[in-house]
Design a binder for this molecule. Sequence first.
Ligand code: NIG
Ligand code: FE
Length: 423
Amino acid sequence: MSRPYRLLVKNAKQLVLICKSSEKFLTKEGIQNLCVIENGSIVIGSDGLIKAVGPAETIKSQYAEALFDKVIDATGMCVLPGLVDAHTHPVWAGDRVHEFAMKLAGATYMDVHRAGGGIHFTVEHTRAATASDLLASLRSRLVRMQRAGTTLVECKSGYGLELQTELKMLEVIEEVRRSLPINISSTYCGAHAVPKGKTVAEATEDILQVQLPRLKEKLSAGTLRVDNIDVFCEQGVFDLSSTRSILQAGKQMGLNINFHGDELHPMNSAQLGAELGALAISHLEEVTDEGIAAMAKAKTAAVLLPTTAYILRLPQPRARDMLDAGVIVALGSDFNPNAYCCSMPIVMHLACVNMRMSMPEALAAATINAAYALGRSHTHGSLEVNKHGDLLLLNATRWEHLIYQLGGHQEIIRYVVIKGNVV
Ligand code: NIG
Ligand code: FE
């Protein structure tokens, strides 16, 4: 018979809570006081939720070890909240290693895209792939992310650009949501590119008149769950006005607005997102000062993607300006065939070195703020009573090792725990 509590993690050298209870995100000031308990323990109940967290002595006096299914002695280890990856494109067939060589030789992202490669290449292969092949590769990618410490991940569609394949991708995401422990936030991204042979107006019409209505039926029938709507708002992709109509239509269906903006050109995407009440905007390499101010005011999170700027040699996103202006800064791996990175510890490292974030800022961005960007910070992103028991145990006596050590997370992450289960 199972016992009243699922897991006790005791005597951790450091227990990094991230924030005080009831904070749903952290801006620069809050991050300066990251909450860390020296020598702490944490209790996870049989429902997978955190029941208590505090100094080891206090927890010891309140909870007998016999009450637990499992006890982990974390002496000499650090405990952190599970990492949250706020932006990925993990469902696709056909890698693009050949394009990496082209880009190293000087081709830009848009050179490759206009030549029919990039997203178009992946669309062709993803349309042709079976759902079971897509499922198998998605599973192995998510397991790899999980091993690198990610316990909640956003997953986009967007390599179909027509109803059938977009639904195939969303259904595959739904399947892993039901069968893998990792938590998923799913995003309809039918406006990821303008399909070959169509104009922006035709593509927008197809999304508004064909794809979204069908998606709405599936959501109402309860056969599919989708959390967010995304558009790639960019010159030569979706302009501001088509982006606005698609995002508004998604919002009316109850989806959270979370889209790609101001990546390669300043598009006023940030201002549009703030006006529409977007939960998050990703990329923002080319955001303006006005865009930053609008996002801070609207509490629209900025999801920064250090791997993209690194691989495409773009200007770095202005993380410091955003933090100084009070923007909620989150991080994502942007895992996709262009940026093949499953590891949030590497993303945090790049954010610190290239975008000049501090380690506490990077950690908050990869936990509570990424959860906020996905509308999940009331249940995920920090070690607080009643939140999910999702955590990492590090083979290190200071939590900063997770960021300081570049790569090799298999050595440093000793356990990944999701809802109180070691995965
Ligand atoms: O976030 N910028 C648009 N979308 C992706 C790249 C997708 C791809 O190249 O396949 C991104 O970087
Ligand atoms: Fe992306």
